[in-house]
Every structure is written in structure tokens, then in C-alpha cells.
Design a protein around this ligand. Structure first.
Ligand SMILES: Cc1cc2nc3c(=O)[nH]c(=O)nc-3n(C[C@H](O)[C@H](O)[C@H](O)COP(=O)(O)OP(=O)(O)OC[C@H]3O[C@@H](n4cnc5c(N)ncnc54)[C@H](O)[C@@H]3O)c2cc1C
Length: 286
């Protein structure tokens, strides 16, 4: 891979949470590999017509996803077990995890920052609120978490000293215990992972890892990441009723007078936007 950013990034540990990290181990392909694969399907004739950037953007906004599968990324990740449980649900990756049956578990546990010790959210049953708990309560909670981690590890060592098999000795260790794995995934499925795990509804702790991976991608796959941001990440879907409301309030005349190039639209992007506007806003306007 000829991307200079790659040489700076590969092998580097990007710290996540208190003791975790993400490390890019290897990459197969780059933005060019996507373009190259896509051109197979469009034939030689189109090669000079599209710039690489506009081809990548075209593929992304038309959900022509298979060229993005040509790039493969392998990461080494150190993460608490409760984060790993969420992460492993993304089935389109290849994983090899540290074995607590084969090796001794290390004395490493995630302890949240005091500012992350928040109350239960009342509107999101799966999340924490922005409300802080009283300082004395935060201190007590953190102390109890730390005590439990220390006690469970000390019991773990006792079990090992008494010759209990490692596969059983580990079973009372908490979900905050750090584990490690190698994780390999193609870029299309990595974008899917990021879309779900960068979202504000994802748990803060897995979001930290997703943000780190996103920062890496921005540097090594700048065109693809930009297209992902523009057409997947920073977008919204409107359902049928929501569109009805938008039709009521959108000023069609004003839309028609706007110069889309001032908003960063290329010619073809502007044309597609106008067609979408015509289809979903004007044609159905009562
Ligand atoms: C905010 C949030 C909250 C969540 N809460 C819960 C929860 O409470 N409980 C819970 O169990 N999970 C929960 N999840 C996990 C979630 O349901 C998904 O399992 C996880 O996000 C992985 O998504 P995925 O299946 O699309 O991804 P991947 O497994 O990477 O799959 C990618 C795509 O491939 C296809 N695919 C892959 N495997 C199969 C298959 N076997 N059959 C059919 N299609 C397949 C699907 O189209 C899928 O979208 C939550 C996820 C998020 C982001």
C-alpha cells in the first residue's frame, strides 16, 4: 500500500478507555482498490469519465457496496468483556480472542471515569442520562467497583494456586475484565459497524472504540470515509408521515432558486438531488 498515512498508523496503539487500545495490524487495499474493482463492472470506457472521488461517492450513494468489500482491515483490540459482548454481535468479521482457558487472565479491569458514573436515563431505557450523581455517591460506587475487581482477582489467584483449571478459575471474573482479540473485517461491513456504534444510542464505551477506528479510516481511506460520512453517517431517513409534513412546509420556489454548487454538490449530485426532490416532495404535494 502506497499511502504514507498507512506507514504512520499501522502497529500504533491508539488508547481507548483506561487500559484498552485499538491497533491496526494490517490493511489490504486502499481507496484505489475500490475504484479499480468498480471499474471492472463499468468497463474500460468509463475510466476517463469519472474521477476516483466521484466514482467512490457514486458507489456509496447508490449502495453499490461490493467494491468496498475489496478492502480488508485487521485490528488488534484490547477491550472490556462487556464491550466485547456488544462488538461480537457484528457477525461479518473474523475474530480470534485471548483464551482464558489457555492463558492466565491478567489483573486488568475497566474502571469508568467519575464523569461517566451517571444515573439511568428516563427516556432511553438502554442508556445513561446526562445527570450527575452526588459526588459522595460517585466515590462510593467507584470504590465498590474497584473492591469487587480486586477481590475477584484475588479469588482467581487463590483458585489457580490451588490447582483449579484456568477454564473454571476465571468464571467469576467480572464483565469489566479486559480481553484482547484480532478482528478482521472488510470496509463495507466496517462502515455498517461504525454507523451503528458511532451513533449516540450506542453505549459510550463501545463508541470510544468506534471513534478511534473512524479516526484511523479518515487517514488511510480518506475518499471512502468522506463518502461514508456524506451518504451514510450524517444522513437521515424520513418516513411516509414525516415526508407529508415536510411537503407542507418546504418552499419549492426557494429550492428551485438555490445554486446547489454553492453547497458542495457536483453536477451529478445536484441532478440526483433535484430528481429526488421532484419524486418525494413536488410530485406528491397536494
Ligand atoms: C444501540 C444498539 C442497541 C442494541 N441492543 C441490543 C439488545 O438489547 N439485545 C441484543 O440482542 N442485541 C442488541 N443490539 C445488537 C443488534 O441487534 C445487532 O445484533 C448488532 O448491532 C449487529 O448488527 P447486524 O446484525 O446488522 O451486523 P452484522 O452481524 O455485521 O451483519 C451485517 C448484516 O448482515 C446480514 N446478516 C448477518 N448475519 C446474518 C444472519 N445470520 N441472518 C441474516 N442476516 C444476516 C444482516 O443484513 C446484517 O444487517 C444492539 C445494537 C445497537 C447498535
Amino acid at each position: 500500500m502506497e499511502n504514507n498515512a498507512f506507514a504512520d498508523i499501522v502497529g500504533k496503539e491508539y488508547k481507548c478507555l483506561d487500559k484498552g487500545f485499538v491497533r491496526l495490524v494490517d490493511v489490504m487495499g486502499d481507496d484505489n482498490s475500490i475504484v479499480q474493482a468498480a471499474r471492472v463492472s463499468y468497463g474500460k470506457g468509463t475510466k476517463s469519465l469519472r474521477e476516483d472521488r466521484s466514482l467512490i461517492r457514486y458507489l456509496m450513494r447508490h449502495s453499490h457496496t461490493s467494491p468496498f468489500e475489496m478492502v480488508e482491515l485487521k485490528f488488534h483490540v484490547k477491550l472490556p468483556i462487556f464491550v466485547a459482548r456488544q462488538w461480537i454481535r457484528h457477525r461479518t468479521a473474523n475474530v480470534n480472542e485471548y483464551s482464558g482457558r489457555y492463558s492466565e487472565m491478567r489483573d486488568e479491569f475497566y474502571l469508568p471515569e467519575p464523569m461517566q458514573i451517571r444515573s439511568q436515563s428516563s427516556d432511553n431505557k438502554q442508556g445513561r442520562s446526562q445527570d450527575e450523581l452526588p459526588k459522595n455517591v460517585v466515590d462510593e460506587i467507584l470504590q465498590k467497583m474497584e473492591d469487587l475487581q480486586k477481590n475477584s482477582y484475588s479469588d482467581y489467584l487463590f483458585f489457580l494456586e490451588n490447582d483449579l483449571a484456568r477454564e473454571l478459575a476465571r468464571i467469576n471474573l467480572p464483565l469489566s475484565t479486559y480481553t484482547e482479540w484480532y478482528w478482521k473485517i472488510d470496509l463495507h461491513n466496517l462502515f455498517h459497524f461504525l454507523k451503528l456504534r458511532l451513533d449516540e444510542h450506542a453505549q459510550y464505551e463501545i463508541r470510544v472504540y468506534a471513534e478511534t477506528i473512524a479516526d484511523i479510516l479518515k487517514q488511510i481511506l480518506p475518499l471512502s470515509y468522506e463518502a461514508f460520512e456524506d451518504y451514510e453517517l450524517d444522513t437521515a431517513n424520513f418516513n411516509k408521515n414525516e415526508l407529508k409534513v415536510l411537503r407542507e412546509i418546504i418552499d419549492v420556489e426557494k429550492f428551485n432558486s438555490i445554486d446547489l454548487s454553492e453547497y458542495g454538490f457536483s453536477k451529478s449530485e445536484g441532478k440526483e438531488f433535484k430528481e429526488k426532490f421532484e419524486k418525494f416532495i413536488i410530485r406528491n404535494k397536494e
